[in-house]
Design a protein around this ligand. Structure first.
Ligand code: AMP
Length: 419
């Protein structure tokens, strides 16, 4: 028996209404902020991610699904969307058509991580990238978008964590200070953090391991060393969020994994999804477009994990979606009318109703049971004495009321159901 690959999941019909609802909220809110949807291929040349995300990050270092295709090209299934969107933005000169491009997406992502609750190898993200403006208004705007989506889903136990990473020059300067601070304590760090000491020192703040946290608790904080411009932008972002009623807390230890961030970074965490508490993360990346070969332009964006958000909704019991129903079920009373019943159901579907009939040669009683199971709002009886006298019997399943219609009154039936 072949099973789904470790870390991948089927999304079964019973789960689809939750997904559709989430997608509809995402699309509605992005549209109200005037973001346009973008779709990019599921795979890209490996070099895009290596250059865009950074060789030293966990994603590029150990999590990518990379393979050589038949034309000897190294291909990677996309582990995140920002690099792909920026590639498309550069390739199609979107910045020439209009200076600011506000783009959103929904897409599967692929990372070979250790599967656990809230961590899969194929998962889904929605998110956005606003390319072409350095204005802190956009930093605040995308946080407001992300927060509004989560609020609209009914989540209460969520928190915005906010930090600024400054610009590379102030960050490089700070890294020296941090390296100096840690010099004497490297031996006390975990093996992973010792590696990060050389490769990606800021990420030591991400470690949940006790010995690392013990060493890092008195470490100097980047936020105290950022440049004037970053500081001013950060103040404005905070003011805009406060003014918009978004509760946030400054977390100077929030560094995030990717190299390309500058200035604002943020995460939204849930108290209800266990160890993998981050629902959403993002920030500003003013150097990425240039780094990927484009005309220099600033950018800011976020990505949110859809599985984790749905898990949080489940745990907070927020999605009380109405049970699925159909408009009408055709009950065939006589076997000889199979073709007529089939024709009738097709006509109803042409009138844009969700209509169904029996495909299993069931008894009338069993067809009635099926109509109830499908939550049919109406049933239409095809057959019996009424049919012989040129009539169809329509039953309203919630009131029990029955009405006879002439065979030519088909549109009346449709109108009544659509009411
Ligand atoms: P990142 O692109 O790593 O900043 O992740 C953004 C969001 O995507 C996270 O906050 C999670 O909600 C989600 N996410 C990241 N990796 C995974 C994964 N392996 N499985 C499920 N969700 C994930």
């Amino acid at each position: 028996m072949i099973k789904a690959v470790t870390g991948t999941k089927d999304i079964l019909p019973a789960e689809i209404p939750g997904w559709k609802y989430l997608e509809s909220v995402v699309e509605r809110i992005f549209r109200s902020f005037n973001y346009k949807e973008i779709r990019t291929p599921v795979f890209e040349e490996t070099g895009l991610f290596a250059r865009g995300i950074g060789e030293e990050t966990d994603i590029v270092g150990k999590e990518m699904y990379t393979f050589i295709d038949r034309s000897e090209t190294s291909i990677t299934l996309k582990p995140e969307m920002t690099a792909s969107v920026v590639r498309a933005y550069i390739e199609h000169s979107l910045g020439k058509q209009q200076q600011l491009n506000k783009l959103y997406y929904l897409s599967p992502m692929f990372r070979q991580e250790r599967p656990q609750a809230g961590r899969q190898r194929q998962f889904h993200q929605f998110g956005c990238e606003a390319l072409g403006s350095a204005s802190p208004l956009l930093d605040a705007e995308i946080i407001i978008v992300a927060f509004s989506i989560l609020k609209e889903l009914g989540l209460k136990d969520i928190k915005v964590k906010l930090n600024s990473l400054g610009v590379p020059s102030s960050r490089e300067n700070y890294k020296k200070i941090l390296r100096e601070f840690l010099k004497g304590s490297v031996k006390k760090l975990s093996e992973d953090s010792r590696k990060r000491y050389d490769a990606n020192i800021l990420r030591i703040f991400d470690s949940k391991i006790e010995c690392d946290q013990e060493v890092m608790k008195d470490a100097p904080l980047l936020l105290d060393f950022i440049d004037e411009e970053s500081k001013n932008d950060f103040e404005l972002v905070k003011t805009l969020l406060t003014q918009s009623g978004i509760p946030f807390e400054v977390d100077p230890r929030l560094v995030r994994g990717l190299d390309y961030y500058t200035k604002t970074t943020f995460e939204i965490v849930s108290g209800k999804v266990g160890a993998q508490s981050a629902l959403c993360g993002g920030g500003r990346y003013d150097l990425l477009i240039e780094q990927l070969g484009g005309v220099p332009a600033p950018g800011v964006g976020f990505a949110a994990g859809m599985e984790r958000i749905l898990l949080a909704c489940e745990n907070e019991r927020t999605l009380n979606l109405p049970p699925e129903s159909i408009d009408i079920y055709i009950i065939k009373l006589d076997k000889e009318l199979t073709a007529a019943a089939f024709q009738t159901v097709l006509e109803l579907r042409k009138s844009r109703l969700t209509a169904e009939l029996d495909y299993l040669d069931r008894s009338v009683k069993a067809q009635m049971r099926e109509a109830n199971k499908l939550n049919a709002r109406f049933v239409l009886f095809v057959g019996g004495d009424e049919y012989k006298s040129g009539k169809l019997n329509l039953k309203n399943m919630s009131t029990g009321e029955q009405r006879l219609f002439g065979m030519n009154d088909f549109q009346q039936i449709v109108q009544l159901i659509k009411m």
